[in-house]
Design a protein around this ligand. Structure first.
Ligand code: NAD
Ligand code: ZN
Length: 348
């Protein structure tokens, strides 16, 4: 098959890769119909996150059809339409039972092969899914594939961000980053009752989308988010800051924006060795800091009704659909946020 593979910083190739085979009795092979490019892929693309073997098939968001199953797979059969969360999970361990599937003791990330170990990703015509019974999620007939694609990662991640932020009606909130994850955080925060929600970014189309979802856009090129948010909260700051960027600058801005006793909910992926504020500063602000990988599998089934209800917003988020063969250009487009690009779906 031909797939999108990693070859170093800014080097994604569309090239031959081995066809995935069933390796264990709980594996399934999925024929990919649509695959997403995610802000998390950009960390690898830019070399902020390292360790990936050259030739690794990229991508961790994909929907498609099961085409083969190992002898131990019970819940799925060839022909089933499925969405796959960005990591595998056993559904049974301590963390899966807690609803923290992201920390499953048997879990692996798609699109991460390091020193020969790990899983190839879904930006490919076919992908091997281990622990298929507990990893894959059936797509109901009335949900389109592009809608379901957002269940693999960004809708659960936005929902997780809003949940960690303990959103309540009457509060004041700031969302940092209006990429797909930040926008889904806004959508989820609104669902949970947020009324006053300031959305910070510096890209017109993304700010406009934030406004469409009911947030007040704050263009950081034109206004200081700290002045805007403090100005709107009697100088206090936001009750919670939802950080969906994943940079030291955004981490610091989140700290500047949060009120004493407030919460920073960070789903942006961080690679730094230290927090952008000190323990003393956190103490002096009675800060709650919540961070980490979203337990997408634990959340995705429960979010199907929300995906149905907000299907127009989900569809609008996918601004670009391109053939998988145009993947290298698609990465560049998504990275530079050119041509109003918010999210790209690739078609093998
Ligand atoms: P994206 O690159 O499309 O969006 C990031 C947005 O942040 C851009 O619109 C950019 O203009 C904006 N931005 C950059 N610096 C900023 C700053 N200082 N203040 C405010 N806005 C700023 O990416 P995405 O797909 O939306 O992903 C966002 C983050 O979420 C990434 O770090 C990604 O790795 C992470 N992520 C985490 C999880 C998880 O499980 N925790 C899951 C998916 C994605
Ligand atoms: Zn993702």
């Amino acid at each position: 098959m031909k797939a999108l593979t990693y070859h170093g910083v800014h080097r994604i190739s569309f090239e031959d890769a081995p066809d995935p085979q069933l390796q264990h009795e709980h594996d399934a092979i999925v024929e990919v119909e649509l695959a997403g490019i995610c802000g998390s892929d950009l960390h690898v693309y830019h070399g902020r996150e390292t360790g990936l073997d050259a030739g690794t098939v990229m991508g961790h968001e994909f929907v498609g059809r099961v085409v083969a199953t190992g002898a131990g797979v019970r819940a799925f059969a060839p022909g089933d339409r499925v969405a796959c969360p960005f990591s595998t999970n056993c559904g049974r361990c301590y963390y899966c039972s807690l609803g923290l599937s992201a920390r499953c003791t048997a879990g692996q990330l798609f699109g991460w092969v390091q020193d020969g170990l790990g899983l190839h990703g879904g930006q490919a015509p076919f992908v091997r899914v281990p622990l298929a019974d507990t990893t894959l999620c059936r797509i109901p007939d009335d949900l389109r594939s592009d809608e379901a694609l957002l269940l693999c990662d960004v809708l659960p991640t936005g929902y997780h961000c809003a949940t960690m932020a303990a959103i309540a009606p009457g509060g004041s909130y700031a969302v940092l980053g209006c990429g797909p994850v930040g926008l889904m955080s806004i959508l989820a925060a609104r669902e949970l009752g947020a009324e006053r929600l300031y959305a910070v970014d510096a890209i017109d189309e993304r700010l406009a989308f934030a406004a469409r979802l009911g947030a007040t856009p704050v263009d950081s090129r034109r206004a200081d988010p700290v002045l805007v948010v403090r100005g709107a909260t009697d100088g206090r700051g936001a009750d919670a800051v939802l950080e969906a960027v994943g940079s030291p600058e955004a981490g610091r801005l989140a700290f500047e924006l949060v009120r004493p006793g407030g919460t920073i909910s960070a789903v942006g992926v961080h690679h730094e060795a230290a927090f952008p504020f000190s323990p003393a500063q956190a103490y002096d602000r009675n800060l709650t800091y919540r961070i980490g990988r979203c337990p997408a599998r634990s959340l995705m089934e429960g979010l199907i009704p929300l995906a149905r209800r907000r299907r127009d917003d989900l569809a609008a988020l996918l601004t670009h659909r391109l053939p998988l063969a145009s993947g290298p250009e698609a990465y560049e487009l998504f990275d530079h946020k050119r041509d109003g690009c918010i999210k790209v779906a690739l078609e093998p």
